[in-house]
Structure formats: structure tokens, C-alpha cells
Design a protein around this ligand. Structure first.
Ligand SMILES: [Zn+2]
Length: 198
């Protein structure tokens, strides 16, 4: 047996949805069966970590501290922002092709139990954006649970209402507590189309 192999296996097990068996199979593949792929994967992870940064405007995926492709795209609706919990939600919505406006990644949801207060989320930047970019509508594309509910109320009271911004929430074709990343394109599309005033 090999200590390095065990370390690789433990590291791979940290990947989302990876159990001990898959981690072991992947470690075996990388360490013994296909070392060229392993080198390519290792190199691309290092390169990505060096370049990928959160977009300074929406906190989605970008590179080298520059605004992301969506924020830089002049053809997109500039004054309607879709608020999501995670950067991966943007990918899910983009894949559905249902949205041509901008995004804002909160980086989580308010939760007193997990000690996540407003200062831990990208809320101050949302308020700043709302003011500086003349946002007219904020679409809440958060999951359907108590933490999301609290987050939506906070945005209503502190960001939207004081500035007269229309606040809407995506329709719930999505099951309770579901995550956007697991919803299919059709569901995301109809959830956006059936958004209602919050
Ligand atoms: Zn951006």
C-alpha cells in the first residue's frame, strides 16, 4: 500500500457526490492506469486556480479580476438582475437559455443557525449595484425554504423597497428545497416566466 495513494484518495473523496468507492477507482485510474490524463488534470486545476476569480460585479465565474462575459455583454438586459445563491446556478439558468439579463450571486442564504448574517453575503454589493446601474427589477431565484424566505425579505426591506425597485420571485415549478442546479431547462424556463411580485 502507499501513503500517497491514500492521500490522493482522501482528496478525491472531497469532490461533490464522490463516495469512498469512486474515490478509490479514480485514484487508481490517475495513479496507475492513465498517468497522462492525471498530469493534464493536475495542470488544469493549477492553471484554473491561478486565473479564475469571482466577477467583481456579479460574483459569478470570471478570470483575472475582470468583469465576466455576462456582465460585459452589451446585448443583455442591463437593468434586471436575477439573484441566485451560487455561481453554479448561473450555469444552470444559462443552459436553459431562458434569461437574457444580468445576475448577482449572493454566496449563500441568511441563516441565524449557521451564523450567516448579511455581512457574509454579497448583499451590500447588490444594493450598490442597484443604485449605480439603475436596476429596475430584482428577480429572486432562490430555493424554497426558510433561509431563502428570510433572505428574500431582507432584500425586499433593505435593497428593493427603499429604492422603489420591483421585486419578483421565480415561480415554484421547483420542488421545495430544490436547487436550481438539479432542475431541468424547461422547469427553469417556466419558473422564470411565471415569476410573481414578492
Ligand atoms: Zn459578472
Amino acid at each position: 500500500m502507499s501513503k500517497s495513494f491514500d492521500r490522493l484518495k482522501s482528496a478525491l473523496k472531497k469532490l461533490p457526490g464522490t463516495g469512498i468507492k469512486s474515490a478509490e477507482r479514480m485514484a487508481m485510474y490517475l495513479a496507475l492506469e492513465n498517468r497522462a490524463d492525471a498530469a493534464e488534470i493536475a495542470e488544469s486545476i493549477t492553471a484554473a486556480l491561478g486565473r479564475i476569480t469571482p466577477c467583481p460585479e456579479c460574483f459569478g465565474l470570471s478570470e483575472n479580476g475582470q468583469p465576466c462575459e455576462i456582465c460585459s455583454d452589451k446585448s443583455r438586459i442591463p437593468d434586471i438582475v436575477c439573484v441566485v445563491e451560487k455561481a453554479s446556478d448561473i450555469a444552470a439558468i444559462e443552459k436553459s437559455g431562458a434569461w437574457r439579463g444580468k445576475y448577482h450571486v449572493l454566496g449563500g442564504k441568511l441563516s441565524p443557525i449557521k451564523k450567516i448574517g448579511p455581512d457574509k453575503l454579497n448583499l451590500a454589493s447588490l444594493a450598490r449595484r442597484a443604485e449605480e446601474s439603475g436596476i429596475t427589477e430584482i428577480i429572486l431565484a432562490l430555493s424554497n425554504d426558510i433561509e431563502a424566505e428570510a433572505t428574500c425579505h431582507y432584500i425586499q426591506e433593505r435593497v428593493a423597497a427603499p429604492r422603489g425597485i420591483r421585486l419578483t420571485r421565480i415561480g415554484f415549478g421547483l420542488p421545495s428545497g430544490s436547487q436550481l442546479g438539479f432542475a431541468d431547462s424547461g422547469t427553469i424556463k417556466s419558473a422564470l416566466e411565471s415569476r410573481k411580485a414578492f
